[in-house]
Design a protein around this ligand. Structure first.
Ligand SMILES: Cc1cc2nc3c(=O)[nH]c(=O)nc-3n(C[C@H](O)[C@H](O)[C@H](O)COP(=O)(O)OP(=O)(O)OC[C@H]3O[C@@H](n4cnc5c(N)ncnc54)[C@H](O)[C@@H]3O)c2cc1C
Length: 350
């Protein structure tokens, strides 16, 4: 059975000896945790939609449980399978090893979301960012509904890096030990899919491994990335946005995508406020306020006040973890409607 016509590509697996009742609770817990829509929830089946990516459907089978995953694109199907495998590994590591997907015979040897790219240029943006342009064979999966990806950086002194491969259970096998990769998330700021070109902007901060990498990088260097992933551009013309430097690329992209009659308010926090010079503009109905970090010491309160005053606006917050956690907790208590907010910690203080 196809779950949803928007998600025509499928893979299934049977896990013997697992209790449907217990796994149903795990699925529902994941839906609550990640604010995902529960499409179906009964003794016969539980289905969860991961917006824009696809759906998970779990049903009891004679032997245990049957899991069916459907998605719009092969790379998204892979990501959902990978994520299911990760969750199962945490809960039941031995059972996760037994997982075999129906499409395993046709799987490539590398995760399909891995891209081997070449650095084209590195240019300053304002005083605190470097913009990296990369070129890849196929960036078609980087759409507006998934604007993030991960850099895969070997240790600075590693001369023969290892890249991830696929395990028999369809999950990504990450290099370990001295070959382990640093995998921070970044945002596609600009993309030309036909030319295979993409820009992303790195906020420079002392001691950052990405900062160290980009300061040494040159045109012609190889850069391996994994993606896309994460959230996309909100489907709303009214926005209430709060962001620090790490989220400026995402905010710039969101504002660019708003219709001309889009409206709302944007609060941007940077060490020196607007003097950081990062270019962000929006339609005339959007007010942009710059704050220094000191002025934004009460950021969580500002977010909650703005949300209370504009409950019909899409609430978007990405910043340091201590700004984000109080907002997430306050919102969760009110059981928000899935798809009305994006609240994410983009980095955390040591
Ligand atoms: C979905 C998502 C999208 C993101 N998009 C972008 C993007 O487009 N551009 C961008 O610049 N960042 C972005 N980030 C944030 C970025 O992933 C983190 O800042 C990450 O820690 C950077 O890795 P690093 O190698 O520079 O630092 P690490 O080497 O991992 O950390 C070194 C030290 O730096 C500290 N640190 C990390 N980030 C900061 C910071 N912003 N300010 C001060 N200290 C810091 C850490 O606490 C640690 O002590 C995004 C994060 C997420 C989750």
């Amino acid at each position: 059975m196809t779950i949803n016509p928007s998600f025509p590509i499928e893979a299934t697996a049977v896990l013997k000896g697992l209790s449907y009742a217990a796994m149903r609770q795990v699925m529902l817990q994941q839906a609550r945790e990640h604010e995902l829509q529960v499409v179906e929830n009964s003794e016969c089946a539980v289905s969860i939609e991961v917006s824009a990516y696809g759906q998970y459907r779990l049903e009891p089978s004679e032997a245990g449980i049957r899991i069916q995953i459907s998605a719009a694109r092969p790379d998204r199907l892979f990501m959902l399978k990978d994520s299911f495998g990760d969750t199962l590994s945490l809960l039941l590591p031995d059972r996760a090893k037994e997982l075999r997907w129906s499409d395993s015979a046709t799987q490539p040897s590398r995760p399909p979301n891995l891209h081997f790219t070449t650095v084209q240029s590195i240019t300053p943006v304002g005083t605190a960012f470097l913009r990296v342009r990369i070129k890849a064979d196929d960036l078609s999966s980087f759409q507006d509904d998934a604007i993030h990806f991960r850099l895969l950086l070997p240790a600075a002194d590693c001369t023969d890096p290892e890249w991830p491969s696929l395990s028999e259970n369809g999950s990504t096998l990450w290099p370990k030990g001295e070959k382990a990769l640093h995998r921070p998330a970044y945002t596609t700021r600009w993309i030309d899919r036909n030319a295979g070109l993409m820009d992303f902007d790195i906020f420079l901060h002392d001691g950052g491994r990405v900062t160290n990498w980009v300061r040494r990088a040159r045109a012609g260097d190889q850069l391996v990335i994994a993606g896309p992933g994460g959230g996309g551009i909100p489907d709303s013309s009214k926005v209430c946005i709060f962001a620090d430097e790490t989220a400026f690329p995402a905010v710039a992209r969101i504002l660019e995508a708003l219709p001309v009659d889009g409206s709302g308010q944007v609060t941007l926090v940077a060490a020196g406020g607007e003097a950081c010079g990062y270019p962000i503009t929006g339609p005339s109905g959007v007010t942009i306020t710059w704050l220094t970090r000191e002025e934004a010491s009460d950021l969580s309160n500002r977010v909650l006040e703005a949300h209370a005053a504009h409950p019909d606006h899409f609430l978007w917050l990405a910043s340091e973890k201590s700004d984000v956690t109080p907002v997430r907790e306050a919102l969760k208590a009110n059981k928000p409607t899935p798809g009305t907010s994006y609240i994410a910690a983009y980095w955390s203080k040591p």
